[in-house]
Design a protein around this ligand. Sequence first.
Ligand SMILES: Cc1cc2nc3c(=O)[nH]c(=O)nc-3n(C[C@H](O)[C@H](O)[C@H](O)COP(=O)(O)O)c2cc1C
Length: 174
Amino acid sequence: MELFETISKRHSYRGGFLDKKIPKEDLYKIVQTGIDAPTGCNAQSVSFVIVDDPATIQAITKVVGGKQVCKTAQAMIVCVCDKTPAYGNLSFFVEDCAAATQNMLLAITALGYATVWIDGAIRGEIATKIAEILSVPKEKEVRILLPLGVPETPGKPNTKNSFEQRAWFNRYGG
Ligand SMILES: Cc1cc2nc3c(=O)[nH]c(=O)nc-3n(C[C@H](O)[C@H](O)[C@H](O)COP(=O)(O)O)c2cc1C
């Protein structure tokens, strides 16, 4: 899929997935786009756990409260952040993680899969439980969970405010 088409087609999908395995090759491709994303000071503060073991997917689904999009997910990608400051006392791990996630969302869309960026819903205790399931070192933080698969019923992009409402040349507000 062409880049601009992929960007416009990407959307958050929270429905169920078909019982169709995702080839490891596609999982490598998707996560490589996360690895290739820019990071502050090239600190590469984000690492990724790819979960394709059904028992582990179910264990994570349980701790996130049985969300439909997790229950039938064929794989999950979990972003793990190293919070060590990258430049003086500046940390960029949040931005690094977001850049990696957006790349992966686009790759997932381009390959014909669907997902949703789960972050707000797992902050705190749930993220800690996911970290325990995946043996993430205590000093690192689980931040984003992407459940993925072939969607049962294709979703559609959300409506966004118009260009005129959100962007201007040279001066805020036009
Ligand atoms: C930082 C961030 C956190 C998010 N956290 C969640 C979440 O915890 N659960 C969820 O269902 N969607 C989550 N989303 C997805 C947003 O709800 C979604 O992107 C937004 O509604 C716009 O829809 P779209 O992705 O289809 O354009 C998150 C998105 C971002 C960027």
